[in-house]
Design a protein around this ligand. Structure first.
Ligand SMILES: Cc1ncc(COP(=O)(O)O)c(C=O)c1O
Length: 424
């Protein structure tokens, strides 16, 4: 594990300059496959007697640098990159779970993840109990005999609820199940969930880590702290039919889950990231610590300004004194609370829709974490497939507007919103 600090790791971790032909920038290895030295070398790679590259669906030197860098930054022992954040979440859960298993999840999740857990996974026999995550004890109360994972977002999108990760991890430890934390909105530059008991951290790299809105990607970082031999995960201790009898826990110890993600998750589901996207995301990752400070500063300034506007009914940003998450933000996000702000338009659904339609600098689109400012009205767009009660438990009200505050000049951003308010 790296002993260097965040800003240094963001620029250097995982890139062995000498081993990569002296390249100062990370090279793009745009290849699907790798020539074996001879037939024995090929056989050894397939049987894991030797580690090396076989096929880019499983791994690639550019992707490996991204993975090692993310592991260093989050404090994990290994990481695996995927084609998108959704690819990471789906592959992670399908690698871990089987029909009959159960998840306890926060109800405040990104809409796509909520749908995966509430609609798609139940079709495969994997069910989820959603709980109000503001009370950590709710996780313990929802545990069943077949529970095999806890799943939360450290900073919920779009509810912006800061979770008490440490308190929830006490319950995941008692239930002997892995604690999975989607850390996309908080970013590893502001919060490292592994420090607070997370066993597995997930990112959509599409957001702040890539940061420029140009490439999709996802990642799973394995803390290497979960005891897969506790009797609840026979797929880790019994010979794997899917990988010629390999006993993951016995053979790979703390790295068992990382290898299972590659050897079975990527092999069978195929959501591999392209090396060019990995390169683009590495470019973003290198400046993440600097960018996220500006995102956080601008978001706090916009949130404070919005609180004073007559067209605004309420403002939600964990850094505001008025936020009910302020004390948790002080503990978990002391260096900034990232770039998402939500607020309510006084005129309700129609006024909120109008504002999202009228801004010029804030682009109307379904993404977050771009350097450029973004706006959306979730109730009529990203969350329209949920009914009103489901929208409410995900933190979406009809009047809610979500801003992803970019790093433009703050006065220009205020002027853009002010002008849009005049169109209500
Ligand atoms: C918190 C969170 N997790 C996961 C995802 C899914 O990521 P992707 O769009 O890269 O599939 C998103 C996307 O918005 C998100 O906001």
């Amino acid at each position: 594990m790296s002993t260097q600090k965040l800003a240094t790791n963001a620029l250097h971790a995982g890139h062995d300059v000498k081993a990569n032909g002296g390249t100062r920038a990370v090279p793009i290895y745009q290849t699907s496959s790798y020539v074996f030295n001879d037939a024995d070398h090929a056989a050894n790679l397939f049987s894991l007697k030797e580690l090396g590259f076989i096929y880019t669906r499983l791994n690639n030197p550019t992707n490996q640098i991204l993975q090692d860098r993310l592991a260093a930054i989050e404090g994990g022992i290994g990481a695996v990159a995927f084609a998108s954040g959704t690819g990471a979440i789906a592959t992670g859960l399908l690698t871990l779970l089987k029909a009959g298993d159960h998840i306890v999840a926060s109800s405040s999740l990104y809409g796509g993840t909520y749908n995966l857990l509430s609609v798609t996974l139940p079709r495969l026999g994997i069910t989820t109990t959603f709980v109000d995550a503001s009370n950590p004890d709710n996780f313990a109360d929802a545990v069943q005999e077949n529970t095999r994972a806890f799943f939360v977002e450290s900073l919920g999108n779009p509810k912006l609820d800061v979770l008490d990760l440490e308190a929830i991890s006490v319950h995941s430890k008692a239930a002997e199940v892995p604690f999975i934390v989607d850390n996309t909105v908080a970013t590893p530059a502001l919060l490292n969930p592994i420090k607070y008991g997370a066993n597995i951290v997930i990112h959509s790299l599409t957001k702040y880590i890539g940061g420029q809105g140009n490439s999709l990607g996802g990642a799973i970082i394995d803390a290497g702290t979960f005891n897969w031999a506790n009797g609840k995960f026979p797929e880790f201790t019994e010979p794997s039919a899917g990988y010629h009898g390999l006993k993951y826990h016995e053979a790979l110890g703390a790295a068992a889950f990382t290898f299972k993600l590659i050897l079975e998750g990527l092999r069978d589901f195929g959501a591999a990231i392209s090396p060019t996207n990995a390169f683009n995301i590495i470019q973003g990752l290198e400046t993440l610590p600097v960018r996220i400070k500006q995102h956080s500063q601008n978001a706090l300034a916009i949130a404070k300004w919005l609180e004073q506007q007559e067209e605004v009914a309420w403002v939600n940003y964990p850094g505001l004194e008025s936020s009910k998450y302020k004390s948790l933000a002080d503990k978990y996000l002391p260096n900034g609370q990232s770039g998402i702000v939500t607020f309510g338009a006084k005129g309700g659904f129609e006024a909120a829709k109008t504002i999202s339609n009228e801004t010029k600098l804030f682009s109307l689109l379904a993404n977050i974490g771009d350097t450029k400012s973004l706006i959306i009205h979730p109730s009529s767009t990203t969350h329209q497939q949920l009914d009103e009660a489901q929208q409410a438990s995900a933190g979406v009200s009809q009047d809610l507007i979500r801003l992803s505050v970019g790093i433009e000049d703050i006065e220009d951003l205020k002027a853009d919103l002010k002008e849009a308010f005049t169109k209500i």
